[in-house]
Structure formats: structure tokens, C-alpha cells
Design a protein around this ligand. Structure first.
Ligand SMILES: [Zn+2]
Length: 315
């Protein structure tokens, strides 16, 4: 489900599985992404390099702009999958409705985004009409080394909405921690683990841990590509090769997660959205070959982000 409607999964092509075109968070003051012209410029540059689809992972309350995402997709021809769901605690100011909402209200609002249309202002003004764009994936988040009680409620809401809509749940694992615990919570609510994508796992590039997670059936989404302040790309290449050698190539996908102005070429920074196909993927092809690289870029995201048959009911 893209912001311009349903797209057959086998037409997604090379996919950036975690990105931000529009973003505003108290945890990232001064780094707001709100300029539609710069978003279009960045998408065009990435498309020229061979990128075919983008998964925009900005959740409720963090500056989602459904109308601008639709316009950017139409201007560039780039399919964009948008997110519903919620981030970890740090991204909501004190007093935000997300902190105190019941699991039912949290889940209802995700299901509305996915089935009817995204709310244009994240229910800060509940009476506004819904946007024509529907969300296609559910975000959830946990804190560093622990899942707070509020985050656990939001994971429960994400699991309920995922079961009812068939959308995948992509979870922000802070610095790659709490992977097993996140799977335990979502699985405890009846969500099959192959409907869960753990993002940022490469912030903790521990192949033995990742093999354990993949063996449980969940997806690993790596997104430190080009962010050299964390580690050189060679660390990521070694990690991918190790997990693939252990038999889990079919669980890996890649994103950039450029959640700051400083990461965008259009804002005068880097690495920019063109880095994935332009710089990293050629190194991956040389190391793993075309079949494995296309599995990571094309086959795996198509399987993970395709809508599953809704399970219905409440676990
Ligand atoms: Zn992100």
C-alpha cells in the first residue's frame, strides 16, 4: 500500500526500506525535514541512481505529511510506503496524547490510517478530514536496553492493528538493543514473527545475535549505510556476509534512515539518499554477487512489506 494506492509487491524494485522525507521531533530539534522541494530533489537524485521505492517510516506525532508525500510521489514517480504507528517515548513531548492513550485508541488510530486514510495532523485536531493517502506499514519503538510500560502498550496496539490489517510492523530498536524482547511482546499478542522488521540492528553489529533473531523468523533491517560516525561501511558488509553465510540472506534488507537535515545532500549535508545505490550497493555486489544483492534490495522488501491476509480478532 503506497501513498498513491495499491502497488503489486513485485513492482517495488530496489527499495530503501527505512527513510524519512518529512520529520519533526523534540528529540531532533533543529533537524526538521519539512521542505517538499528538497524532498523531491533528493528523491530524483536517488531515482536517477536506480532506487525504485521508498518506505517512509515517520510515525504518528513526528511530523508526518501525507499530502506532501503524495505530491512528492506524483512529482517523481517514486512509490512511497508511509507509516502509521508510534515511536519510542523520547519522541513525544510531555502531555502528548500518545503517552496516555488506551491500547484500543492507539490501535484504532493506526487502523484508520491503514484502512481509511492518514490523519493530516496526527489527531491534534481530531475533526480534520482524513488524507487520501493510506499508510502501508506500522512503526513501533523501544528505548535503549528496555521497553517502557508505555512502549509496551504501543507494541500491543501495533500487534492488534497488524493482525487486523495485514500490514508489517517495523520496530525502532534503539542502538540495536531489545530485539528478542520486542519479538516476545509482539509475538505474545499473536503476531507471527515473520510480520516483524527490526530496524537499526546494525547499530549493534553482532552477527551471532542477528542469526538468533533471523532464526526466529523476523526481518533484519540495516540502516547505518554511509553513516561513518557509527562505523565504516566495511563493518556492515562483514555483518551482511556473516548473516548470509549462516543461512539468513532471506531476512536482510537495507535502508538509510536519514532522519536529520545534516544527512541530506539537498540540505547541504550527506550521505544523501543516492548513497545506497550509488556507493554502497556496488560494494555489496562485488562481495556477494548479483543474486544475493537483489534478494536484499528487491526480493526481501517485497515479501516483508506486502500486505498479509488479515487474521482478524483480538489476541
Ligand atoms: Zn527512522
Amino acid at each position: 500500500m503506497t501513498v498513491t494506492g495499491l502497488l503489486p509487491a513485485n513492482e517495488m524494485g530496489a527499495t530503501n526500506a527505512h527513510e524519512h522525507l518529512f520529520l519533526r521531533s523534540p528529540a531532533l530539534a533543529g533537524q526538521e525535514l519539512e521542505d517538499p522541494e528538497l524532498a523531491v530533489r533528493e528523491l530524483r537524485e536517488a531515482a536517477a541512481g536506480g532506487l525504485r521505492s521508498v518506505v517512509e517510516m515517520t510515525p504518528i506525532g513526528c511530523g508526518r505529511r501525507p499530502a506532501l508525500m503524495r505530491a512528492a510521489s506524483q512529482a517523481t514517480g517514486m512509490p512511497i510506503i508511509a507509516a502509521s504507528g508510534y515511536h519510542r517515548d523520547a519522541h513525544y513531548p510531555d502531555g502528548h496524547w500518545v503517552h496516555s492513550a488506551s491500547v484500543d485508541l492507539l490501535a484504532d488510530r493506526i487502523e484508520t490510517d491503514l484502512l481509511e486514510g492518514m490523519h493530516p495532523a496526527d489527531w491534534l485536531e481530531p475533526s480534520l478530514p482524513l488524507d487520501a493517502a493510506r499508510a502501508g506499514v506500522i512503526k513501533a519503538g523501544a528505548s535503549y536496553q528496555h521497553i517502557s510500560p508505555a512502549e509496551e502498550r504501543r507494541l500491543g496496539a501495533a500487534a492488534r492493528a497488524a493482525r487486523r490489517t495485514g500490514a508489517a510492523v517495523l520496530v525502532h530498536a534503539e542502538v540495536g538493543t531489545c530485539g528478542h524482547e520486542i519479538l516476545d511482546v509482539l509475538g505474545g499478542h499473536g503476531l507471527p514473527l515473520d510480520r516483524i522488521i527490526l530496524s537499526h540492528m546494525d547499530r549493534n553489529p553482532d552477527p551471532e545475535l542477528h542469526v538468533e533473531i533471523a532464526a526466529r523468523g523476523a526481518w533484519l533491517e540495516y540502516d547505518t549505510v554511509g553513516r561513518i560516525k557509527y562505523h565504516p561501511d566495511s563493518v556492515l558488509l562483514e555483518l551482511i556476509e556473516a548473516v548470509a553465510r549462516a543461512g539468513h540472506l532471506d531476512r536482510i534488507m537495507l535502508g538509510l534512515d536519514l532522519g536529520r537535515r545534516a544527512y541530506y545532500r539537498s540540505h547541504g549535508g550527506g550521505p544523501g539518499m543516492s548513497y545506497l545505490l550509488g556507493t554502497f550497493v556496488p560494494r555489496l555486489r562485488r562481495r556477494l554477487g548479483d543474486v544475493a544483492t537483489d534478494a536484499i534490495l528487491v526480493v526481501n522488501p517485497a515479501a516483508a512489506f506486502a500486505l498479509a491476509p488479515p487474521a482478524g480478532g483480538v489476541a
